[in-house]
Design a protein around this ligand. Structure first.
Ligand code: NAD
Length: 264
């Protein structure tokens, strides 16, 4: 039996077929979940509806996580249409483009720092608060997407580093608060994947090739590989896991250094 049969899953953050949210949606659909989607801004609505339809869903809702009104409307819409929710996936990140180049010390304005924290970190807490009433009495699961830049200094990831650090900490506080209600909260730290958001980081192509060379598997990961782990973490198979960051990075983080560099 598919391991998400009977589960209702909210997927945020679809922007293209390459989005990590797309990989997560494909895996959760394959495992039997009923999917609910959100889109940010009118320009993305058509694309999200088309993708949702390809996975048997016509439940598509507007959501800008900067808007408390949007979050409240989403709660009402899901309650009216689906009654409850078992899974909420937060696959959202944003920082102003000019902060994602050059040196952190030169290009991190107060404004860029605030925006990155609000949209990329606080929004997970805001989304959790919005969907919590829909998970009452269920073995709910929430999931967010992080990156190694949360814990290590990665060139040009800059202002997103502190935002992801705050996101991972937010994930742990949510897990502690919601654990007594039987709701689990986790994060996946994914290796670099060429998506629209990633294209905003200057020199992203070199990040991809460095990650490939350094990782144990000598390749990068795909959105579908992240999706498979997301489906597992949000399923009852992972009922004993909460408050954790799981690395889906082809074995990059655990390496000390790679063979084949200067001096070999
Ligand atoms: P993507 O561009 O496909 O998705 C980013 C999504 O964030 C888009 O759908 C966009 O609409 C949404 N978003 C931005 N601001 C929003 C707002 N105010 N309200 C609602 N939605 C908003 O890129 P992706 O790489 O799939 O990113 C998904 C998540 O994965 C992000 O948190 C990103 O930081 C994280 N991540 C990405 C990589 C990578 O290399 N691609 C690696 C690790 C983690």
């Amino acid at each position: 039996m598919a391991f998400l049969e009977g589960k209702k899953a909210l997927i945020t953050g679809f922007a293209s077929d390459r989005s990590i949210a797309a990989g997560i949606a494909r895996a959760m659909h394959r495992e039997g979940a009923e999917l609910i989607f959100t889109y940010q801004g009118d320009k993305l609505e058509g694309r999200v509806r088309e993708f949702a339809q390809s996975l048997g869903s016509d439940s598509v809702h507007a959501l800008d996580v900067a808007s408390d009104d949007d979050l409240a409307a989403l709660t009402d819409a899901i309650r009216a249409r689906h009654g409850h929710l078992d899974i909420a996936v937060h696959s959202i990140g944003f920082a102003p483009r000019d902060a994602l180049q050059g040196r952190f010390i030169d290009n991190t304005s107060r404004e860029a720092f605030g925006i990155a924290q609000d949209i990329s970190a606080y929004s997970f807490a805001a989304l959790a608060r919005a969907v919590l009433p829909l998970m009452e009495g269920r073995q709910g699961a929430m999931l967010t997407l992080s990156y190694l830049g949360a814990e290590r200094a990665v060139p040009r990831y800059n202002v997103m580093g502190p935002a992801k650090a705050a996101l991972e900490s937010t994930m742990r506080y949510l897990a502690a608060d919601l654990g007594p209600d039987g709701i689990r909260v986790n994060a996946i730290s994914a290796g670099p994947i060429k998506t629209l958001a990633a294209a905003g980081i200057s020199g992203f192509r070199s990040m991809l090739s460095k990650a490939e060379g350094m990782s144990a598997l000598k390749r990068n990961v795909t959105a579908d590989e992240v999706g498979n782990v997301a489906a597992f973490l949000c399923s009852d198979l992972a009922s004993g896991i909460t408050g954790e960051v799981t690395y889906v990075d082809a074995g990059f983080r655990m390496m000390g250094f790679a063979e084949g560099g200067a001096g070999d």
